[in-house]
Design a protein around this ligand. Structure first.
Ligand SMILES: [Zn+2]
Length: 458
């Protein structure tokens, strides 16, 4: 989905602000290498196939290759993210309460009333005002979290200007997409005031499926350039792996993620034959062939294990839960404070900040459940990927690279609450456990234990 916080800026405000930020960000600019995890070109001795191979010792040997300062940095970034979840939540609650208690929401509805009484357009006019106002109110947090904090940890590559342009694009996309969703949902509430929560869930689920379908083709290219990869040295092994696993991919794509970030990643998107495999350019640039194979095996796991369809099923359940809760929550709150906030009913567009408030409360509470659902699928994809690609050392390297923005070695409760992927230690351990059971695939020592360097790849 789009970044939730977008922004808009009026001219004078924007001029002054961007000048200040530009100066500040230049001062912050630093070499990205400061953040980079090591690229392991040699499998550590403890992780090489031998008669005394031990998965735990192999895992520790991989972890020992990460310098202490990199670990400290990555931990600080990721743990800071725990607090950001809390600040985002509290800030969002404060904004919603402001809009309700100062009756700004009611005023925006009255203003939309003056433009038109035609309900769908009225809803859109309200949405336009709401989005612009909340974007401005949340802007200080957005700029800290998405710009300064990312630069501080060497994860962002954009200067302030292009970052702002992306924010404006995201604002436009949110305006249209969620404007349509708002028109549909308020239409449903007005048409079927008793059973709106059932039909509302249905509309939301269909909207999510529609979004998944259009995202790779129509939304992603707004922000990044997607190109078809044609280097046979990279594409051929990936397509071979795909064929071996019954995956109908004909092409492999790459995306210029380095425009915004140093993060390495890949993904599988779409359904059935709209399905496509995309590697980001950071992975292509820094990943060894073994690592790329391991990552591709993981991504293919998502496809073969039908994680997309299961994800839609899971989202559907969550959507129904949210709508039942909303029906009850809106009833309860409007009964008490509806008159004070000048909100007439659930079908009144001025109710939107209250909807956002209630949704964010439940969303905040169930964050660990959502994380655990996703993390479980990621673990399944890891298991599939190890069996498919047979690159446990490539997988270990991948886990280390991802440690640039994800804590490597958390406690079990911490992992359960905050991690939407298995931790680096768990991923390396799973890879080494797989290797321990498949030692016959690896030469006891020597050539097979050497991972190619980046120089080899080119
Ligand atoms: Zn995954």
């Amino acid at each position: 989905m789009m970044p939730p916080r977008t922004l808009v800026a009026t001219t004078v405000f924007w001029e002054i602000f961007s000048l200040i930020l530009f100066c500040a960000s230049s001062a912050l600019a630093q070499s990205q290498a400061a953040n980079e995890m090591p690229s392991v070109t040699q499998v550590p001795p403890e992780a090489q196939a031998s008669s005394h191979f031990d998965a735990v010792a192999a895992t520790n040997a991989y972890l020992a290759q990460i310098p202490a300062d990199k670990t400290a940095r990555s931990d600080a970034y990721f743990e800071g993210g725990y607090w950001m979840i809390l600040w985002d939540f509290l800030y969002g609650v404060a904004v919603a309460l402001l809009l309700l208690n100062l009756r700004w929401s009611a005023r925006m509805r009255d203003l939309a009333d003056r433009v038109t009484r035609f309900k769908p357009v009225h809803t859109f006019m309200y949405w336009l005002q709401y989005l612009v106002l909340t974007t401005i109110l949340v802007f200080p947090l957005t700029v800290y979290e998405d710009y300064f904090r990312e630069h501080k940890y060497g994860l962002a590559t954009q200067t302030f200007g292009p970052w702002m342009v992306d924010q404006m694009k995201a604002l436009a996309v949110n305006l249209v997409l969620f404007g349509v969703l708002a028109m549909l949902l308020f239409g449903v509430v007005r048409r079927v005031p008793r059973t709106w929560w059932i039909w509302g869930s249905g509309v939301t689920i269909l909207f999510a499926v529609f979004f998944i379908l259009i995202e790779p083709v129509y939304i992603v290219p707004i922000f990044n350039k997607v190109t078809r990869l044609d280097d046979p040295k990279i594409v051929d092994p990936i397509l071979s792996l795909a064929r071996a696993n019954g995956i109908p991919a004909k092409d492999v794509y790459t995306i210029d993620a380095s425009r915004q970030t140093t993060r390495m990643s890949a993904n599988v998107s779409g359904f059935a034959h709209t399905m496509r495999i995309t590697l980001n350019d950071n992975l292509l640039r820094r990943g060894s062939p073994e690592e790329i194979q391991a990552v591709m095996g993981h991504e293919m796991g998502h496809y073969v294990l039908n994680h997309n369809y299961k994800g839609v099923m899971f989202f559907s359940i969550i959507a129904v839960v949210f709508f039942v809760y909303l029906q009850w929550g809106l009833d309860w709150t409007l009964h008490r404070w509806g008159a004070k906030w000048q909100i007439l009913s659930v079908g009144d567009t001025a109710v939107l900040p209250l909807v956002v408030l209630l949704v964010s409360i439940l969303g905040f509470i169930i964050t660990p459940v959502l994380n655990t659902y996703i993390r479980t699928q990621e673990y399944e994809a890891d298991m599939y990927g190890l069996n498919a690609a047979r690159q446990p050392d490539g997988a270990a390297q991948g886990a280390i690279h991802l440690g640039e923005y994800r804590k490597m070695n958390p406690g079990p409760v911490e992992e359960w609450i905050f991690f939407d992927h298995p931790s680096g230690r768990n991923r390396i351990y799973a890879a080494m456990r797989w290797k321990a059971e498949n030692l016959k695939l690896f030469a006891p020592q020597g050539s097979a234990a050497v991972l190619s360097t980046n120089a080899d790849k080119k």
